[in-house]
Design a protein around this ligand. Structure first.
Ligand code: ZN
Ligand code: ZN
Length: 238
């Protein structure tokens, strides 16, 4: 299993706080289930993420990941638009600082490797599944909308939340709560921020994500943990 993330913010010379936390937490959950996980980002994001176990891929070919993954998951990672460029939500072209990691997903489709994409804006890997809706409903959707499809698309208000939803699903299937606690997730966010990862909206190295203060994220995670406790029993751990 390979998990791909890292949305580079040029003004901060750093990746944003949406994506890496969810990738690390999904990686932790899968490892608890005995799955081998490779965390993947690109050279622009690597300096801030290397300490968290990420490795970088430059050309977007599956042979760059060893061993060859069984599945590919993308969390908040740009997918190419119709013109082949990579755009942020404001329509700024980030192609010169964004390695073509979406190529992994295009190649996976040919290799019949299962793919999952998690996004929140319309410009991420996977949004090719709903491109017509992105073009119709998202500002600048015609320009920024990603054409890269996945087998399974998860759309969430914040991409990290989509990762938590996927972990919650894994928890129900496995019978163990694999989600981080709110305090564990906060500690991890603080570590990423200390490494220079920034809020993509404000551009600042603060413990906020997509311009939303931590409390909003903590609330979502707490609710998911409550739901799992109800289904799995409180205090359950693998
Ligand atoms: Zn996004
Ligand atoms: Zn986001």
């Amino acid at each position: 299993m390979a998990i791909v993330t890292g949305f580079f913010i040029p003004t901060a010379d750093a990746p944003e706080t949406d994506g890496p936390p969810g990738a690390c937490q999904l990686g932790d959950a899968l490892r608890k289930l005995g799955t081998r996980v490779t965390l993947v980002t690109d050279p622009s994001c690597l300096a801030r993420l290397r300490a968290f176990g990420f490795e970088s891929v430059t050309a977007g070919h599956l042979k760059e990941i060893s061993p060859l993954p069984s599945h590919l998951v993308s969390i908040e990672r740009l997918g190419r638009a119709r013109d082949g460029h990579y755009y942020n939500m404001r329509g700024i072209d980030l192609s010169d600082r964004t390695a073509p990691l979406d190529g992994l997903f295009l190649e996976a489709a040919n290799s019949r490797l299962p793919t999952i994409g998690i996004g929140d804006g319309g410009n991420e890997i996977g949004m090719g599944n709903v491109l017509a809706i992105v073009r119709e409903t998202i500002p600048k959707g015609n320009l920024i909308g990603s054409v890269v499809p996945v087998d399974h698309l998860i759309v969430a208000g914040v991409s990290n939340w989509g990762a938590w939803g996927l972990i919650a699903g894994l928890s129900l299937v496995s019978g163990h709560n694999l989600l981080p606690s709110v305090s564990e997730a906060r500690v991890q966010l603080d570590r990423l921020v200390a490494a220079g990862v920034v809020d993509g909206v404000t551009g600042r190295a603060d413990p906020s994500i997509d311009g939303l203060a931590w409390d909003a994220h903590a609330d979502v995670l707490e609710r998911l943990n409550d739901i799992l406790a109800r289904y799995l029993g409180a205090g359950d751990a693998p």
